[in-house]
Write a protein that binds this ligand. Structure first.
Ligand code: DGY
Length: 321
């Protein structure tokens, strides 16, 4: 009996891989800390019935052709799927899966942590302590801005935005949201108020995009949007780097058009060490760690494998895109 091949583009924990049944041959890029080189990806997907990928791989026609006509499923260990050419997959009848839900609460925790860290300048204060700049307690040192009682403006009202809204309620914040489709059902349960984009930008102390990447949201936060924000407002982005025009953001920070930014995602990842954003003191920068807890990354890995295995067995996956 020929075993179906499943190719995984990154090393996953052994106990997660134990779920792969004996009739499936598991091939994996055996590195955890680096992405598979393109040439190796193209060579190693050959003959695969399923591919489990990370968001670091571009899964386009070339990869699908290199895999061959038996490829039935591309399953990504991420909620975002803009790195997969869904049109090309659909043409070939390939099912695309992702891992929503399992990361919702964890990512909302990070969004809120980033918001608090940016508002209260936590990384800056911590760096100063380590560098011996504490001196003595000073009445006007490391002054941040309050979070409680302020207005948060959420762009999007999907699962993660709703989870962020629940946290914001706990902080006594006023919550505005804008989204392409109004979510009347959650307005009452979460106490969120729908707003047009311009009003939201003008009224919010914290502007928080929680939108998917891709053409529809590209540079939604551009120079025009930033110019609508209050001078003491902050931008918190842990969704996709493409949502924000980084050049415009840099200019807004340099001209003090806005007060700060917390960023977990960037147009290019990893961001270059020479990027001018790294020299901005009023910015908190994180290396795309929104869902990075042991529990959640393990659940995502399991789910990505399960989705692929289900399709390979001819069954419906949990999370078809
Ligand atoms: C995703 O899942 O798309 C996040 O960006 C990483 O968890």
């Amino acid at each position: 009996m020929t075993r179906l091949k499943l190719f995984v583009t990154r090393q996953l924990p052994r106990d997660v891989c134990d779920a792969v049944p004996a009739d499936v041959s598991l091939a994996m890029y055996e590195h955890e800390k680096q992405a598979i080189p393109r040439e190796e990806l193209l060579a190693r997907v050959a003959g695969a019935r399923g591919i489990v990928t990370m968001l670091t791989e571009r899964i386009d026609e070339e990869v699908m052709n290199a895999a061959g006509p038996q490829l039935a499923v591309i399953s990504t260990m991420s909620v975002g799927f803009e790195h997969i050419d869904r049109g090309a997959a659909a043409q070939r009848g390939i099912v695309v899966c992702h891992t929503p839900d399992v990361l919702t609460e964890t990512t909302a925790d990070l969004v809120f942590a980033l918001l608090l860290a940016t508002a209260r300048q936590l990384p800056q204060a911590e760096r100063a302590l380590r560098e011996g700049q504490w001196g003595t307690w000073q009445p006007f040192q490391f002054l941040g801005t309050d979070v409680h009682g302020k207005t948060i403006g959420l762009l999007g009202m999907g699962g993660i935005a709703q989870a962020v809204a629940r946290r914001a309620r706990g902080f006594g914040m006023r919550i505005l949201y804008w989204s392409r489709s109004r979510k009347s059902d959650v307005e009452e349960t979460l106490g969120v108020t729908y707003s047009d984009l311009t009003t939201l930008l003008q009224a919010s102390d914290f502007v928080v995009p929680l939108l998917p990447g891709g053409d529809a949201t590209r540079h939604l936060i551009d120079q025009h949007a930033l110019s609508r924000m209050k001078r003491n407002a902050m931008l918190i982005n842990a969704s996709r780097g493409s949502v924000v025009d980084e050049d415009a953001l840099l200019q807004a920070l340099q001209t003090r058009a806005i007060a700060g930014a917390g960023l977990d995602v960037f147009a290019r990842e990893p961001i270059a060490l020479t990027h001018p954003l790294l020299r901005e003191e009023r910015v908190v920068l994180l290396p795309h760690i929104g869902s990075a807890t042991l529990e959640t990354r393990t659940s995502m890995a399991r789910r990505a494998l399960e989705n692929a295995l289900l399709v390979m067995r001819g069954e419906a996956p949990f999370d078809r895109v």
